[in-house]
Design a binder for this molecule. Structure first.
Ligand SMILES: Cc1cc2nc3c(=O)[nH]c(=O)nc-3n(C[C@H](O)[C@H](O)[C@H](O)COP(=O)(O)OP(=O)(O)OC[C@H]3O[C@@H](n4cnc5c(N)ncnc54)[C@H](O)[C@@H]3O)c2cc1C
Ligand code: SF4
Ligand code: SF4
Length: 438
């Protein structure tokens, strides 16, 4: 690592600490440049932290990510601001000023030992956990997952009895480390001498904003989303990686995967979500590794496997993992008396209308821009494209409409992890040019 450029040198603000923001922060930090990494959630890692394994290598996602999370946390040149959002910016390239709204954690980050005693004693339950795709609930004293970085609990101010009614206080009485701090307040951190800004706010998913009723999502319990399946098959997930139906605990023997849900559709978003064809095959492979009798059916419009080794990956799916690919158009989904989904579809090979009964349906829902991107774009003054992804120059993909503000990863368009990492290094290099006067 290069030595820090010195107290008087300019810093870079990175918004969003998913894999893209983390990679950009590490690149810049290693060049000796001071970085402020701003993350709205209580912990860093973004979507990659939620995944079980990643295509096309089937590497364990958290095993690759965890060393980067801790490196980011400990790095001398990176200051991490969780529970934080950008409130105001001023200035221009080479000399921005940035106001950051830091929400109180009500737990002293450096004192908390992550023992979990506060969460265990907290009487307020039933708060959904975004990290587990809202499949499980947690207490008002909470942590997204045990290996979260920072490894510190937080108290949900909208639900905590003490913060709302000045009653309870059980976590305060039971914290052996004396880490609970109800005197903390939201605060504004004003950063000046910010040379460049990187927007790495990533993605959200169609189910976050749409009902997806036509496919039976939220109507039938055995219709779930791909992100929910990621959590269900993940060893650190709510079923400790033993896939079973949420309705009756039955181990599924037939799973149908429906592609392009809300993507490439006039009723949803007109663009391709880019990663679903690959992650669907990955999920079917992982599920098969859990149970070799499993049959998987992928209902697709056309398979998009435009990456190195991707086509071979799909071929392996068909040959070695009992995956059948059905070029088709879904008409609708019902359920039988045992809650098994029945899919009615047109088989494009034969033009026949057919039905298939399965144990579980998994929807590959559309990747959409991060909620809140419009507000952030207004604050930064940058343009968004027709779909609200960050607009960039097609030949300079990390450049936004404002000089000195760069972007990378799914903030720009749906993309996989390797591309997000490559773009992050590109954005970091452009930001470094500004700081070092390249
Ligand atoms: C179901 C599913 C499975 C997938 N499987 C794979 C796979 O196997 N292999 C693969 O290569 N890719 C896979 N992907 C794609 C992968 O998730 C993305 O490529 C990757 O997460 C993009 O990283 P990112 O940092 O751009 O965005 P994100 O991971 O979304 O991170 C963005 C971060 O920014 C934060 N943020 C957002 N807005 C703000 C704001 N205003 N202020 C502060 N912080 C903010 C968010 O909280 C988040 O932490 C999958 C995607 C899905 C949906
Ligand atoms: S706040 Fe206290 S009780 Fe809660 S996890 Fe941290 S150290 Fe344990
Ligand atoms: S004070 Fe709030 S967070 Fe602590 S135990 Fe009571 S309700 Fe839970």
């Amino acid at each position: 690592m290069v030595k820090n450029l010195g107290e008087n040198s300019k810093s870079v603000v990175i918004i969003g600490a998913g894999i893209a923001g983390i990679q950009a922060a590490l690149d810049l930090g290693d060049m000796g440049i001071q970085v402020h990494l701003i993350e709205k959630q209580p912990c860093i890692g973004g979507r990659m932290a939620q995944l079980d394994k990643t295509f096309p290598t089937l590497d364990c996602s958290i095993c690759i990510l965890a060393p980067k999370l801790s490196e980011c946390y400990r790095h001398d040149n990176i200051t991490l601001h969780t529970l934080s959002e950008i409130q105001k910016i001023g200035g221009s390239v080479g000399n921005f000023s940035v106001d950051v709204l830091k929400h109180a954690r009500y737990v002293k980050e450096s004192v908390c030992t992550n023992c979990g005693d506060c969460g265990a004693i907290c009487p307020v339950r039933g708060i959904t956990n975004f990290f587990d795709a809202n499949l499980v609930t947690q207490a008002a004293a909470q942590i997204a997952f045990p290996a979260a970085v920072p490894a510190a609990y937080r108290i949900d101010p909208s639900k905590c009895l003490y913060l709302n009614y000045e009653i309870c206080g059980l976590c305060y009485q039971n914290c052996g480390a004396d880490a609970i701090d109800f005197t903390q307040k939201d605060s504004i951190l004003s950063l000046d001498k910010v040379g460049a800004i990187i927007v790495a706010t990533g993605l959200d998913l169609a189910e976050d904003i749409h009902t997806l009723n036509i496919y039976g999502y939220q109507k039938y319990d055995n219709v779930i989303t791909a992100m929910e399946l990621e959590r269900l098959i993940c060893a650190s997930g709510p079923q400790a990686g033993h896939l079973s139906r949420l309705t009756d605990g039955k181990h599924p023997k037939k799973i149908a995967y429906l592609q392009c849900i809300d993507s490439r559709s006039q009723k949803g978003q007109m663009y391709c979500s880019s990663v679903c064809c690959m992650y669907t095959t990955k999920e079917a492979m992982i599920a098969y590794e859990h149970d070799n009798e499993l049959e998987s059916y992928v209902f697709y419009i056309d398979m998009r496997a435009g990456g190195k080794g991707f086509q071979k990956f799909l071929q392996r799916g068909a040959k070695e993992y009992n995956i059948k690919y059905l070029k088709s158009k879904i008409s609708h989904i019902d359920v039988d008396k045992d809650d098994n989904p029945i899919i009615t579809y047109e088989d494009y090979e034969t033009s026949e209308i057919k039905q298939l009964t399965v144990d579980l349906v998994v929807l590959a829902t559309c990747i959409i821009p991060s909620r809140g991107i419009n507000n952030l774009a207004n604050v930064l003054g940058i343009d968004l494209d027709h779909y609200d992804f960050v607009k960039t120059n097609p030949f300079l993909p990390v450049e936004t409409s404002i000089e000195g503000i760069y972007t990378c990863g799914c903030a720009r368009e749906p993309m996989d992890i390797p591309r997000s990492v490559a773009e992050a290094s590109g954005a970091a290099a452009r930001a470094a040019e500004v700081i070092k006067g390249g």
